[in-house]
Design a protein around this ligand. Sequence first.
Ligand code: UGA
Length: 432
Amino acid sequence: MRITMVGLGYVGLVTAASLAEIGHHVTCVDQDENKVRQLKEGILPFYEPGLRELITNLTSKSSLTFTTSLERSCLGAEVIYIAVGTPPNDDGTVDLSSLETVALQLAGYIKADVIVVIKSTVPVGTNDYVKRLIDEHLPTPVSVDIVSNPEFLREGTALHDTFFGDRIVIGANNPDAAKVIEEINKPFNVPIVKTTLQNAEMIKYASNAFLATKISFINEIANICEKVGADIADVAKAMGMDKRIGPQFLQAGIGYGGSCFPKDTRALMQISGNVAHEFALLKAVIDVNNKQQTLLVEKAKQRFGKLDERRIAVLGLAFKPNTDDIREAASLVVIEQLLTEGATVTVYDPVAMNNAKLVLNDQVLYAESVEAALKEADMALIVTEWEIIKQADLPKWRNLMNEPIIFDGRNCFDPSKMAEHNIEYHSIGRPV
Ligand code: UGA
């Protein structure tokens, strides 16, 4: 199929490359000239394992091309995917302006029957609204079908999630359009769920909200574990062995971050508020997460009283490992707290340093390695469970630090190992 992908963020770029990999011809379009120029040269706008190699290979075979011209990209396209950002407004509602702009531009350029697939996460009713918007502005009487095809990939494992996903959701009012999108996706060999537009939109929000609920739930259990002398690692492991619960997303820590869970949970609160439904459970999930992100510094304050004049190493800035994304990362909350307390903060992350510099500027010191961050630190706070941190040379860590005290927000280590190395170790939901 000849496919156009509008919007080259995480979802757009990964989906475009994956569709090209299974045999389609994909033209990628983005209004950001710099991004498009760099992509043509094989430079990616973000870090995602395996993606650069895949894109370089596909570009050399011309099955994946890049342009800034939406008009040209529409010529001959049988299916147009839209994967533009739908960021949150200050009040938690979803900002649909990019989607509206693209829809209106597309209406002007579409010259033949086409299917428009919306990948962006959008509130229930948006796919219908976009269809109306396009239909109302079409200068030529052609048929435009809308399909909702929400994305479930995770940053850091995006390609794996695409090729080994649990399901592909295809929402459509026209069964013929759904069939075309089903055929496009067949080579992925992933179970396909065909449903209505509204259901597809709701499945996306409900899935993310449920995963966020699992995290806040296990974090609350962890907080109780600490107080009653239980160990969250054993508790979560045995809970997860119950197939009805499942082992995933039971990793206690200092809360979820990223560009999806915080935004989508807030949006679902808005969506339920709009229909006068008080989603008390989801509100609690969000409140628990906000509090959880402050836990590490609270523990440090309890231990030391004051943190001013302390030299503190923050290890890990990305909202999770294998990404350079720091959007809504717990690290930002932690660092803001530490700076307010008057601490001197040195940070290190294996790939998110450049993004962090754009946000944190000169408020913190930037180290070139884990070891450099730990040198003469009065304590270390682990915020992201990068492999390079988990593989610590503990005797070396202890020697580098002024005081060997670690507050671990991601439970990277076995507390008994820390005791063996005479490191004072505070983690989440486990006996001190
Ligand atoms: C999430 C969903 O997992 C994807 O299915 C979805 O497609 C995506 O949002 C989206 O809506 O686009 P992502 O934000 O990339 O993916 O990251 P996750 O791996 O889900 O992690 C989110 C956050 O939860 C991270 O901060 C992570 O540290 C935290 N987390 C995750 C925990 O604290 N504990 C866990 O057990 C799992």
